[in-house]
Design a protein around this ligand. Sequence first.
Ligand SMILES: [Mg+2]
Length: 283
Amino acid sequence: MRQTYAYLAVTLAGGLLAAYAYLRATKGRAAHRRSGPSRKADRRARAAEESSRSLLPLTLDAAAARSWICEAASLIDANAHYLTHLDAVIGDADHGTNMRRGFRAVVMGLSEAPLGTPGAVLAATGQAFITKVGGAAGPLYGAGFRCAADALGDTEHASADEFGVALRKALVGIQDLGAATAGDKTMVDAWSPAVAAYERVIGTGGDLVQATRAAADAAERGLRATAEMQARKGRASYIGPRTIGHEDPGAASTVLILCALSTTLATSASERVAPPPLADGWT
Ligand SMILES: [Mg+2]
């Protein structure tokens, strides 16, 4: 009889243990089914959000404007002797020195004051040129940067279209003050084709990176073309035909400034890395 009770007790205990193990396994599988798709969906949602953010159109904000001006200052500094050499041939040999001094003052000013919009950065740049740089270049670049700043207003993120308007206004400001037109062998001969190239690229669906690259390339072609021109404005016009065969220093500094813009935006765009695609089998 005792053997029968013992047999029943062992059988019952074994059954309970098997049932417990079965329930645990079933619960675990259910939990896995719940958590698997949920984690996958979350990850996919995050990836989609990241991807859409990376595909937003590139804009020019205060940080990008500041980077542009600092890069321009660096390029001008590295090429100051070249600019002065160009100015020595057809002018008074001060363009490199003036531009270097102006950009150093600008960079110092930008590091001292927090400027929250691209317009504020360009307004401060223009102001520094007007107050710190002599000759014709200071007031001309000062007017250009200030007109661009006015066009941008208080916007925090200038679109490619808005920045195109600012570039056009900069050219207008430079021409209003200097009264130079294309072909006079001045910085206008670099600015004018640059703005036109920028507008062409934007008009055909291009973005800020493509448009600023086209602007810099067009400015450089404009600079090369100044070698064939006879100066009709500024100090260089005094020596007339002897200016032919030499590039204009103002057009050369414009090329450096627009190359800095193009480089800065291309770098900014390359830093916006899209996340890798999610593998289908990921859970
Ligand atoms: Mg000069």
